[in-house]
Design a binder for this molecule. Structure first.
Ligand code: GFB
Length: 322
């Protein structure tokens, strides 16, 4: 019998609790207040070490797992570190999914990524398009690892009846994002670029690529609320998209962020940098039919993320401070 509840006795492990998504899931669980939250820092548990992960599960006995730990990054990092994006992610997910099953976890939520879908698939992207065509080359290592994670969840469900579900988030952003210009995703990178240009009185910001690719962005606290909702209300081997449901061009995004930050200079497009996939917008019909909707608009989310960036990343307050 499948048990989706996270009730008083639940011990919920959030793997990757210091990252963008994991930290938001911890916030969502704390707000809900109905379970014990388990986290473990990287120096106490290396998730790529199978024996250590197994010992940790044996000792801590979680009942539910959110697998949000992963090597992640933007287009440049994905392109530059293929071994890390493929091998590290395979090891983390293999270890956590296997140990979760072996130690009687009742339910596991695996976080995939919208980049698992074929590069040229129709838009908006339905869950059924998985494995119907070639991947986008700039992130195929990461995509292959995530597809293997989906398949592992499906395999454990089929062979052992393990209630593991896979969610496919769109591009996420928010507090605790990575603002490093070489490894980050576009939205935090542009917040930092426009902020620094404005602070230094520079009149030009360089945006990678042509500005024409389109992406969909979801505020990470909405992602976390969907993950907690699906932990409780979804139990199926079919993957499910988690997105905002509409997209915007990188050029429009840059103009929006410049407006929030108050940068009035020029935007120059560096077309020597890759565009990546030309359009990526998820079809969220299945999730919305279950009654879930995002709460934070892109404008609100950018403003909230910029507030967080100014407070924690520009030295006003140390990261991790309340
Ligand atoms: O967010 P991003 O790095 O990754 O880039 P993807 C999105 C688009 O923004 C690309 C452009 O067209 C970039 O060229 N862009 C413009 C910039 N300026 C910048 C900048 O300063 N920094 C960055 N990073 N991009 C990721 C995948 O793809 O999507 C991951 O690499 C993951 O694997 C994630 O799946 C969801 O949206 O192209």
């Amino acid at each position: 019998m499948i048990d989706n509840r996270m009730d008083d006795g639940a011990r919920v492990f959030v793997a990757g609790h210091r990252g963008l998504v994991g930290s938001a899931i911890v916030r969502a669980l704390e707000r809900a207040g109905f379970c014990e939250i388990l986290t473990v820092s990287r120096d106490r548990l290396d998730l790529t070490d199978a024996a250590a992960v197994d010992r940790w599960f044996a000792a801590e006995r979680p009942t539910h797992v959110f697998l949000a730990a992963a090597k992640v990054g933007g287009i440049h990092a994905n392109n530059s570190y293929p071994v890390d994006f493929l091998e590290v992610n395979l090891r983390i997910q293999n270890n956590v999914i296997h140990s979760a099953w072996r130690h009687g976890v009742r339910k596991l939520v695996f976080l995939g990524s919208c980049c698992i879908y074929p590069r040229d698939c129709p838009q908006p992207i339905k869950e059924d398009y998985l494995l119907t065509g070639p991947l986008e080359p700039t992130n195929e290592w990461y995509a292959v690892a995530k597809i293997a994670g989906i398949k592992l969840c499906q395999a454990y469900r089929r062979q052992y009846g393990f209630d593991a579900i896979s969610l496919m988030p769109t591009n996420l952003y928010g507090p605790n994002d990575n603002f490093d210009l070489l490894s980050s995703h576009v939205l935090p990178a542009l917040i930092r670029k426009f902020h620094e240009a404005k602070s230094a009185g520079r009149d030009e910001v360089v945006v990678w690529g042509s500005g024409t690719p389109r992406r969909e962005f979801l505020y990470v606290d909405d992602m976390a609320s969907a993950a907690v909702f699906l932990m409780q209300h979804y139990s199926d081997e079919r993957i499910i998209n988690v997105g905002f449901g509409c997209d915007i061009s990188i050029g429009e995004l840059a103009a929006k962020i410049a407006g929030v930050i108050g940068f009035e200079g020029r935007i120059r497009y560096d077309t020597s940098k890759p565009d990546g996939v030309l359009r990526r917008c998820s079809d969220v019909t299945r999730l919305q039919a279950m009654g879930w909707r995002p709460a934070v608009s892109l404008d609100e989310g950018i403003a909230l993320t910029y507030d967080w960036y100014r407070e924690y990343e520009t030295g006003l307050r140390p990261r991790g401070a309340a």
